[in-house]
Design a protein around this ligand. Sequence first.
Ligand code: KG4
Ligand code: ZN
Length: 321
Amino acid sequence: MITLGIESSCDETGVALVKDEKTVLSNIIASSLKLHCRHGGVIPEIASRMQLESIAGVFQEALKEAGIKPEKIGLIAFTGHPGLPGSLTVGTAFARGLAAGLGKPLAEIDHVYGHIYANALSHKKIVFPAVALVVSGGHTSLFYLKDFSAIRLLGQTRDDACGEAFDKVAKIMGLGYPGGPLIEKIAGQGDKQKIKFSFPGMKNGLDFSFSGIKTAVLYYLKNRKLTPRLKADLAASFQESVIKNLTDKSLLACRIRKTKTLLVGGGVAANSCLRQRLVSAAREEGVTCLFPDIRLCMDNAAMIAGLGGYLYQSRIPRFKG
Ligand code: KG4
Ligand code: ZN
């Protein structure tokens, strides 16, 4: 079966075609990121207007690249939540219109679960049960999975999301938006042991908190001159503290739930230092840690189509159509 996926939760407009829940035939993404950069963050009104402008063209391009006629589509899966209401409405309306026009079933998919499912598009075999860590611009959560249809929340951030902390710290340092890739880049030239940042009060348990570290960076810079050297050290030290925190919590969750598989997803999962550290720390505890291919860490519609196809074949979710 071929599933058409639609992703429109934030500033990316994605349409993908996925065969049998696993094989990506096309995965087209249009982003309005450049229009948000000068504002230092995503402006919802701009994002939803751009979704509306892009979606029909992205749909046509996805069909063309996959060489698929609309009649061949067996299911339409779309991101129903969470996300920016205006942006979500565009994808939802487009999906509903298509489903009605083509007479196909419709699957509403959770964007965060989609980030976890991106692993199934990158790895042939995943051993369950598993713990999953989702680190994105809007979410930082740990889940327990019996499989991709039985997902239970174990812990989440009490304030800022991890990607949001990267973005805010980059803004404080005058680096630009989005902060994650910019911090990763200059962190490569810095000393990660230079400044010690901690996560007070969040040592135990599976919840996260990232607003404190952002404030700590702000205070650290209060009476200091932000030289290129200090910028690099600050970026490296901040990134190191966040990676240590994510690693400690994820492996704690694996120990508590006695799982030998750790799945990671979301935009921050594109960070190569996080990827290396989690994989090696997990290996030391006998845990297999998997990440999606980097291009599937960011928002995309293939993960939505894949999960939709999987749930539909398993006859599990909410379907209409
Ligand atoms: O999953 P995503 O594309 O969108 C949401 O669902 O939020 O994640 C975007 C977030 C941004 O906060 C961005 O700064 C962060 O992912 N990010 C990174 C890296 N690439 C993107 N954070 C750290 N290191 C990176 N290389
Ligand atoms: Zn996302």
